[in-house]
Structures are given as C-alpha cells and as structure tokens.
Design a protein around this ligand. Structure first.
Ligand code: ADP
Length: 489
C-alpha cells in the first residue's frame, strides 16, 4: 500500500511526548511489512538541516488557506535507521522555536489552528508535486484533524486521490484543538461545514471532532482506551460522537522501538545489561544516584518521567509523598509542564535531599538513565491512552506501578493477583490511598522477598513489546479502510 503518515512531531527531529516516538517507530514497522510509507511533519526552527541531512526539494510551493495562497518550502530526508522517506513542510506559520508553545511566554501559540491547517493543506499540495497516489492517509491527533475533511471536501475528486482512504488516530482525547471560529476565519471554511453535526462544537471549531466525523476509520492506542473514550468520564465531550463511529473504531496498543530503548545496546546508559546479568543495572543505579547527588544505597529507587500534567495523576504522588519516603525509598522525577506542579515537587527535593531528585527539564539521556537505574516506575495516570514509559520500563527491568486505565490496562497485569504472570503493580481507582497501597506492596516485595522481586524483574524483561503484533493488526485496519465507500455528507 502507498501510505502517507502525517504527524506534528517525529523523533529524532521533534518530540514533546509519546506521539513523537510513535511517529517514527510506527512507520518503520510498516515499512518492514513491505508498505510504501512516507511521513510528513513540520520543519521547526530547532531541526538542524545539516546535522539531519535534510535537503530542499522545492521552494515557492503554494497551498490554499481560504482565498489566499500560503507559500511553503518542501524538504526531505530519511528516517534514521530505516528507509522511510520523511518530508518537512516549512512555512511562516510552522517555522518557530516551539512546537505548540511559545518558549518565551510559555503560552500556547494562539494561531495554532491556522498553523496546522496550513500544514495539512501543504501536505496535499506536496503529494501533488511528488505525484504520490496514496491508498491510506493516516493522520494523528488534533493537529492533523482536518486532513480527512480536506480530502473529502477538496481533493477526493482529483485522480491522484481517488483511491485514498483516511485513518485517524486519537493519541490523546484531552487535546482536541477547540478554537473560536474567528481564529480560523482566514480559512474561509464554508458555513455549511461549521454546523454542530460536522466541524462545529458549541459555536467553535473542533479539529479532533472534524476527524471523528470525516475519517473512514478511527483508531486509538489501546483497546481499553477505545472503550473509555465512549464514556462521559474519559470522552471529554466527544463520547457520543465517537460512539456513533464504534463500528469503525479500533484500539491497537503501540509497540516500542527496540533499537532505541534497549538496555543491551543503549548508548545513553553507563553500562549495558540484560536479564541474565543484572549487575549492569546496579551500576546504572549507583551511577545515577551519584550523578544526582543522592545517597548511593540499595534502597529501592522509584522513577518517573512525565509531562507535568494533571492527567498523569501527580497529585496523588504529592499527597502521599511523605508516606512514600517513609517506606525507605529514593525518588527521581524528570519532567516539565505545569509550573505549579514543578514548584510543589521542588519543595519535596528540599525536604529529602539525600533521597529525592527533581529534574525540571527535557533530557532524553537522563530519561534513558532513569529507566535503567530505577527499580520501580510510577504511572498513576488519571487517564493514559497507551503510555510508552511502562513498556520502556519493563524492557529495562524496571517494574511498573500503574493505575488500571487505557494502555496501562492493556499492558500491565497485577502481580499481587497473579504471581505467575503478573508484570507490575496495578491499582483501580484514582485515589491516593489506593495508589499508596500499590507502592507499599511493591516496596515490601523488594525488601521482604528480594529473590521474588528479581524473578519479576527478569520476567518483565522477557516480554515482547516489539512492533510485530501491532503492525500486523494495523495492516488489517488499513485493509478495512480500503473497503470503505465515502458517502457525501
Ligand atoms: P505522553 O505521550 O502522554 O507524554 P508517554 O508515556 O506515551 O506519555 O510518552 C512519553 C515520552 O516522552 C516518553 O518517551 C518519555 O521518556 C518522554 N518524556 C516525557 N517527559 C520527558 C522529559 N522531561 N525528558 C525526556 N523525555 C521525556
């Protein structure tokens, strides 16, 4: 199949979270299945052309934004470690320091709707330039939410796109791209499309909803999350419209890129190791304790790497912080985001200088080192569509402590309930006491039955989180998409 994969972030060029990781690992997996897949992503200022071997394809291209024509430049490279072509769109809207947030003010870019509309339109213009006739156009999250709409209303009658079907993946329904209509006025979207049953959403425009309405196939990133987003608790106002698409909705858990996240080969950690020899993991722990000025001890180390957002259940950790530290553990956090959460965690570091390290930054090397050094990884998320960190953790022999939601539910089975197959500690409700109980059980296993803890570590390291399964499920979903016949709305 000819597949076009469109994403606002792609590792190693840009990343704010899991979307970036997946947008490189997934196309690689589909390429390995033999598909002809190409990626489109914006060119942000921080992406260095020379270092990344990115070459200009053509200048002075144009894409329509309402009545106007927006000029853009098209660049190309190859995704490292693969043969997947990746194309970059450069225009005045997209070419900025930040991806979504103005780094100077810390505010979201107010013109993001037009920024990402310009991106989507430029992808179509680029496909015409390249003469690439897609079978599948796969868009991701709200930034590319207008892609199915644009295909159906502006491009599907062109011969190049006559075979194209759309797949849209919801990676996180908490971010829908809802904006006042004035923000998108320049796009001159005809009013007939802005009604509540199409793009309109309480007199605003909602990019993700546009995708849910117009896409041929809708997917999300775990089977549990596919159920959850049809409920009021998790649907963020889109639950009803998603339920109307439930026959076209599939939940597929991601795999992980084992060429990047692998303790045997990881060049970002001080000592490589595997399940047969965990000595290296101990070295990684001692190295990190020393580097972060913690006591070098064999206390169990709890790690967390996260966007500092309420979604991640961080308030439960804060509420129970003293109780957790009283269990005689160490705690390392790496994250950026909500300044209030940043501050609250920083005060904890002051209180427990020998055992607590709070790192408010985005640092990929440190992320790898924390995965390797920790004994347990915390993900008490309020909601977690898929989650990658719990899988990265397991590969590194770091036992996850998670809430039973979304992808965490698909990938982690409770050890307390099933000591033969369990691969982590799972709690049900987003309540501080329930979370704490799971931490207590985990730490107790570490201290009171260390051989069983090591056995558990080795078991989680042997689990298969490669893309093999996910990729073949994806292929089936694409086959479903190809069977779809578009009815004009
Ligand atoms: P989400 O996509 O909701 O942010 P995931 O668990 O799916 O959560 O993916 C998060 C990814 O972002 C992981 O690769 C994680 O290591 C990385 N990450 C998050 N915060 C940081 C940070 N401050 N520094 C480095 N990597 C980070």
């Amino acid at each position: 199949m000819n597949i076009v994969f469109i994403s606002a972030e792609v590792v190693p060029f840009s990343k704010t979270g899991g979307l970036g990781d997946v947008s490189s690992a997934y196309p690689k997996a589909m390429k390995e299945l033999g598909h002809n897949i190409i990626i489109f992503t914006p060119l942000y200022k921080k992406i260095n052309l020379e270092d990344n071997n990115i070459k200009l394809v053509k200048k002075d291209l144009v894409a329509p934004i309402g009545e106007k024509l927006e000029v853009f430049e098209l660049y190309e490279s190859v995704l490292p470690g693969s043969q997947v072509p990746i194309y970059f769109i450069k225009n005045n809207y997209l070419y900025r320091d930040g991806i979504y947030v103005d780094e100077e003010t810390g505010e979201d870019y107010a013109d993001s709707p037009i920024r990402f509309l310009s991106f989507s339109q430029s992808v179509f213009a680029s496909l015409e330039l390249l003469g690439f006739a897609p079978n599948i156009i796969h868009a991701n999250d709200w930034h590319t939410g207008l892609v199915p709409f644009l295909l159906k209303t502006q491009y599907s009658e062109k011969p190049l796109f006559s075979k194209a079907r759309t797949v849209f993946t919801i990676h996180n329904i908490g971010y829908q791209g809802i904006y006042p209509l004035e923000e998108i006025a320049d796009a001159n979207i005809p009013e007939i499309y802005l009604t509540e049953d199409l793009l309109g959403f309480y007199d605003q425009i909602n990019f993700m909803k546009a995708a849910v309405v117009y896409t041929d196939i809708l997917t999300t990133v775990s089977s549990k999350y596919a159920e959850e987003i049809q409920t009021k608790e998790y649907g963020y106002g889109l639950e009803k419209i998603i339920a109307t698409r439930k026959d076209d909705l599939y939940g597929i858990v991601h795999g992980i890129d084992l060429t990047i996240w692998n303790p045997r080969t990881d060049e970002l950690i001080v000592k490589n190791y595997d399940a047969r020899n965990l000595k290296g993991k101990e070295e990684c722990k001692n190295y990190l304790q020393d580097k972060l000025n913690l006591d070098v001890t064999d206390k169990p180390l709890l790690g967390i790497i996260t966007r500092l957002a309420t979604q991640k259940g961080l308030n439960m950790i804060l509420k129970k912080f003293d109780d957790i530290m009283n269990l005689k553990v160490q705690f390392i956090l790496l994250g950026t985001g909500d300044p209030k959460l940043e501050k609250k965690f920083k005060t904890k570091e002051k209180k427990y200088p020998e055992d607590c390290s709070i790192n408010i930054e985005f640092d990929n090397r440190l992320a790898h080192q924390i995965e390797a050094a920790s004994d347990f990884f915390l993900m008490p998320s309020i909601y977690e569509p898929c989650g990658l960190n719990q899988m990265y953790s397991m590969v590194y022999g770091t036992v996850p402590i998670v809430r039973n939601t979304g992808g965490l539910s698909d990938t982690v089975k409770d050890y307390v309930e099933d000591q033969t197959n369990g691969n982590g500690f799972v709690f049900e409700k987003a309540k501080p006491d329930e979370f704490f109980e799971a931490v207590e059980l985990a730490v107790s296993l570490y201290y009171n039955d260390h051989p069983s803890f090591v056995k558990l570590q080795k078991r989680v390291m042997s689990l298969d989180f490669s893309w093999k399964n996910a990729a073949s499920n994806w292929q089936k979903v694409y086959e479903q998409a190809l069977k779809k016949r578009w009815k004009k709305k």
